[in-house]
Design a protein around this ligand. Sequence first.
Ligand code: RUB
Length: 306
Amino acid sequence: MSVTQTAKKISAMEIRGALDIAIAATEALERELKGLKGTTNSQIKQLKKAGTTLKKARPSAISLPNAVNYVIHIAEENRDLIDKEFRRKTREDVREFIREQKESLHKIAEYGANLIEGGDTLLTHCNSDTVVEVFKKAQEDGKRIEVLCTETRPRHQGYLSAKALSKAKIPTKLIVDSAVHYAMKEYNVDKVFVGADTVFSNGYVINKIGTSQVALCAKHMEVDFIVATETIKFSPESVHGKTVEIEMRDPGEVTKLSGVEILNPAFDVTEAEYVDSIVTEKGVIHPSAVYQLIKEEFGWMFTEND
Ligand code: RUB
């Protein structure tokens, strides 16, 4: 699949979820590298152009520009290599980066599962592969858990979570989004786990629209609100105050109602004070530790003056 085809699939949400988006973009650049020609400088230029096409595909998951920027960083590090050797070494490094991302998922599953106790009732919103892996690991570890999944209007990604969990033989219930408060009370939810599209240096989290309402309910009900995310979803630019755009999708995804303006924001921001823990591949951290972890993980993006 070409860079343009990958970007189209990301925009159309045929490839979705912040980690899958990042991996798909990285793989597209790796394939692009294979066919590049010309001087190393011109190959890097072509790679940057392809990267720009990918970055435009969706705006709210920082994992996408992070992955693209990292591939370009790798290419620039290999700038002194010539032609074939440049492509060979860069592709090898890019494949290593993809392996690391996949490995992160397993580590988060392990650390996240350690936060779950046998008998827990858990709730999740939308469809995060990372969260699904955490729940599956808890089950594999012999913990008896039950999961409530929100439907996640308008695209119903909660159905994907519910299907994946029930396939893994985890008792699963599906609720409409507006039943979160009711379900937390009626089913004694112990913990909420959600994924992330972007995590800012101040610990604020962008995730699927509705996440912040779930977090408000969790706070009110004194239920732990846990975010499971690879550090590729941390925003290094947020250290300098940069935010990301909240994607507004086609109103037709919601409904058609003549004479009424339909709004369809796809993501929202959950403030750090609602987040109890963030599970990363580097360990379980408090939102106040995000800044430090960004400095460690994205050192290649900062200068000595940062
Ligand atoms: C998906 C979403 C997910 C995060 C994390 O939104 O908000 O919670 O992307 O997913 P959309 P993962 O369906 O609009 O892409 O843990 O799989 O990276």
